[in-house]
Design a protein around this ligand. Structure first.
Ligand code: SF4
Length: 374
């Protein structure tokens, strides 16, 4: 089983908090970029060693910017280079301002069967300072329109921990997405990433972010509200009603293989990770001359052990002791740190599997880093 990720490095606007790779000035070379992505798919089709493709994920950047001809060109290239399972999950990230009847018909016709919509907030002043390209009205209308066009397998992104977002507003945002009838929600706490407009504002004191207690309270509200409405938190930031978990992302978390194409995309094949050139022009040139498009890191046993902890503990699937032991023997030092976390009620162990408790989920990264071996 394997997956393919396609990074579309174009955006209409530069959102003030975002440090993903994208460009807002791409019109002159957009066809060259699509050709390069397709060429990379052809050059690297052996990376997945003939495995059947179970998931395809268009992310970015903004895939919903793609023109019909561009999208069809990429899909055609993938289908000629790989064996794709007839029930493969095909996810497409779309921003509300790009969602309209014509686009939805196109996406459905090329095989997209899961839409991921970046709503982020239902508060116009938040969307404004974030410099999002859409408004609240578009957020409210696009989900209904997608459902009308048969996209029942929908996920929406929301953000909390925003400056000035109070508990009652946050509660209202959660309730709105529940009322929309979406079966999957990804919710992210605002983080201040370096070299973004937001980090500049924070450093200059122009904007302050909520303290950690407020962010924790908003996280707990999210957890409790969604759980009481039939959603399961199957990863720290991801909530699903039964059967609507993201297969693509779940495969990342379970350590399955995937090929990422496009600038900045990452790939994994069990023992090594690679990451593509991030700069758009350098990427196009590298593909053209078939030179090194990516760098590779081979994972030592130590890396594999720590990675299983970091990724596994964030999910409902947890980390299996046997799986860790197969990589490296579990040490007495590890057991002692683990006992401490169990005593605090942050980690639970059922059968062979370690998972975080609700309290533990608030400190997932800290717990994982304490369990790392070096
Ligand atoms: S649309 Fe998405 S990828 Fe593009 S700048 Fe905004 S948050 Fe980043």
């Amino acid at each position: 089983m394997a997956g393919i990720y396609i990074h579309i490095p174009f955006c209409k606007h530069k959102c003030t908090y975002c440090d993903f790779h994208f460009s807002t000035t791409f019109e002159e070379y957009r066809q060259e970029m699509i050709d390069s992505i397709c060429q990379e798919i052809e050059l690297r089709h052996e990376y997945l060693a003939g495995k059947e493709i179970k998931t395809i994920y268009f992310g970015g950047g903004t895939p919903s910017i793609l023109l019909e001809s561009e999208l069809k060109q990429i899909i055609k290239t993938i289908s000629t280079q790989f064996e794709i399972n007839s029930r493969a999950e095909v996810t497409f990230e779309a921003n509300p301002d790009d969602i309209n009847e014509e686009a939805l018909i196109l996406w459905k016709s090329v095989g997209v069967n899961r839409l991921s919509i970046g709503l982020q907030s239902f508060k116009q002043s938040d969307l404004d300072w974030m410099n999002r390209a859409h408004n609240v009205e578009e957020s409210l209308n696009c989900v209904q329109l997608a459902q009308k066009h048969g996209f029942d397998n929908l996920t929406v992104d929301l953000m909390y921990g925003l400056p000035d977002l109070n508990m009652s507003e946050w509660s209202n945002h959660i309730q709105k997405v529940i009322d929309m009838g979406v079966p999957h929600i990804s919710a992210y706490c605002l983080t201040i990433e370096e070299k973004t407009a937001l980090s500049n504002w924070v450093n200059r004191g122009k904007i302050s972010t909520p303290n950690e207690d407020v962010q924790s309270d908003q996280f707990m509200m999210l957890l409790e509200t969604l759980e009481s409405n039939g959603f399961e938190q199957y990863e720290i930031s991801n909530f699903s009603s039964p059967g609507h978990e993201s297969k693509h992302n779940s495969n990342y978390w379970k350590g399955e293989w995937y090929l990422g194409v496009g600038p900045s995309a990452h790939s994994f094949n069990g023992t090594s990770r690679s990451w593509n050139i991030t700069n758009n022009q350098k990427y196009i040139r590298a593909v053209k001359v078939k030179s090194e498009i990516f760098e590779t890191e081979f994972l030592s046993k130590l890396d594999q052990f720590n990675e299983r902890i970091l990724i596994g503990l964030r999910t409902i699937y947890g980390v299996k002791r046997t799986e860790l032991n197969d990589i490296l023997p579990i040490s007495s030092g590890f057991e002692s740190v683990l006992r401490g976390f169990k005593g605090k009620g942050w980690i639970q162990e059922k059968g062979n599997v370690l998972t975080l408790t609700k309290e533990g989920k608030l400190r997932a990264d800290f717990i994982a880093s304490e369990l790392f071996i070096d």
